[in-house]
Design a binder for this molecule. Structure first.
Ligand code: PCA
Length: 326
């Protein structure tokens, strides 16, 4: 027979005393992400998980499942909302069909440098967090991807050269660009990009040098036009319910690790951008800024998308754009 005392001992073994003297059972969280192990976002996430482990003396263990291995990139938000995962990484612009605010960072030629992307985020962060809070999601941190350019199997001189091409999209805005240039949009998550290129499902797309490098696109794709059209952001999100299930010291540890990860991530993103472009060149790709005509035509498309965005978001959106352009 199991005595009361044995129950108590077993129970105690499953818990750890926090520094504040509260007792919190050890928590094991699953963290799905959409990008490969060697990607800078993923490396940053591993460091974040390690920092949380150390700061909580092992009470909060986060297991990172990268590359869409637990949930596909586009399923991660729903998995956190539904409680299948406690924490996860998403690309916020992937969800602009839910709320146009989520697509703000991916409007072409609105915010085109790290400084501008930071400014846009500081202006829109509170509203974005409030929108996600209504869905039971708490934002822990954000990190920008490097600036987005055009990868193409064939040389591109003007927007007319994009007509009819099989265009890979990763969010609604990149699908919209395809429509506006007369290309055929196909949504492909980063984890499937190499295969989509190999089978010829897509030939042309906008993304960063980072994803170009991760996906070894030079096998099929020979040109990169570094037009720096926008810097989309990944957000690391946690289910509010899971967060509330932590004791105060663990919550503080998680929040502190997130602040550190945000600073580190933005810095590494900017530092590695040049390195990624060098790797594309080393693998035989032609990397240049794109013709003035191409850039001017793309900028027009960007302007029309800003105007559309303001139409969709009304006075609140206009206030964000005005504050950004000040
Ligand atoms: N890489 C991701 C999103 C933006 C980027 O630079 C992708 O291509 O899916």
């Amino acid at each position: 027979m199991v005595t009361m005392k044995q129950w108590a001992v077993a129970g105690l073994a499953a818990t750890v005393l926090s520094s504040a003297g509260q007792v919190m059972a050890q928590q094991k969280w699953d963290m799905p992400t959409g990008y490969p192990a060697a990607n800078f976002h993923t490396e940053n996430i591993h460091q974040f998980a390690k920092d949380v482990d150390q700061a909580t003396a092992g009470k909060l263990k986060i297991t990172v499942h990268d590359g869409g291995s637990l949930f596909k990139a586009n399923e991660i938000k729903r998995s956190v909302q539904g409680g299948q995962a406690q924490i996860g990484e998403i690309i916020i612009s992937g969800y602009s069909n839910e709320n146009p605010l989520f697509g703000l960072d991916s409007i072409p030629f609105l915010a085109t440098s790290y400084t501008e992307a930071q400014k846009l985020w500081s202006i829109s962060r509170a509203a974005t967090e409030a929108a996600l809070a209504k869905q039971g999601i708490k934002v822990l941190y954000s990190v920008a991807w490097p600036p987005q350019g055009i990868f193409s199997a064939k040389p591109i001189q003007t927007v007319a050269d994009l007509k009819g091409v099989k265009w890979r999209a990763y969010n609604p805005n990149t699908s919209r660009i395809a429509q506006l240039v007369g290309a055929q949009p196909v949504t492909v998550q980063a984890a499937e990009l190499t295969q989509a290129l190999a089978t010829g499902a897509v030939t042309t797309f906008m993304t960063s040098g980072a994803t170009g490098y991760d996906s070894k696109v030079w096998e099929q794709v020979k040109y990169y036009y570094d037009v720096s059209a926008w810097l989309p952001k990944n957000l690391v999100i946690v289910s509010q319910k899971a967060f509330d299930g932590l004791d105060k010291p663990a919550q503080a540890a998680l929040t502190k690790a997130a602040v550190d990860a945000e600073a580190r991530g933005w810095k590494v993103s900017a530092e590695k951008n040049g390195w990624y472009l060098d790797q594309l060149r080393k693998n035989g790709m032609t990397v240049d800024a794109g013709s003035p005509a191409l850039r001017a035509e793309l900028k027009k498309i960007g302007d029309s998308m800003v105007a559309d965005w303001i139409k969709q978001t009304g006075a609140d959106g206009q206030a964000i754009i005005s504050a950004f352009q000040k």
